[in-house]
Design a protein around this ligand. Sequence first.
Ligand code: CA
Length: 233
Amino acid sequence: MNKYKILVVEDDTSVKNLMATTLKSHDYQYLIARNGAEALLEASSHNPDIMLLDLGLPDMDGIEIIKNIRSWSNMPIIVVSARNEDTDKIEALDAGADDYLTKPFSVEELLARIRTTQRRMEIMMVDSEQTSSKFTNGDLVIDYAAGCVYLRGEELHLTPIEYKLLCLLSKNVGKVLTHTYITEHIWGSSWENDVASLRVFMATLRKKIEISKESPQYIQTHIGVGYRMLKVE
Ligand code: CA
């Protein structure tokens, strides 16, 4: 049995069944909630590891559930919703969701998002156990204590903003961070100018760490939403 317990919050029977079958066949433990009230009850009483959350629920909006959960738990929340506007994604991510998958989705995509979330949780656990001051991802090494970054063993020369950006992304590896989240952490505000500056700094940072501009290995762009650092195998 997989050690991860997943709470599926979904009112649509066919989607719920698809998720349940998928999780079961991959040895995940799972719980089902058909509305917001059940979701909050299951989340608080069974302490699942990951929540898959539909936004359009009969009794409350999924955004309210994210806000409620975030007031007491860091449990990863992957939104699985038919709402596909950037503003919907941004609202959910800003409320505290970790990832966003749009319906209709493929089973492979769902499983990949769950695995990404698991890896992020494992990294966070290792970090807190060792209070490690070093982050390693593929050929990229960040020595937080020394404030140095190495790529394939060579030290990289980053500007202070590029370094802050890279640290923020690395500390949230696997998680989509919205433009607002990033600019608030880097500049303390989220003016439109900051988002424009963010694009510029992100471009210079990527030039330094990515081999190919067309298929970036480390930093993924979510157009209109934000960025995510990928865990490199
Ligand atoms: Ca629904």
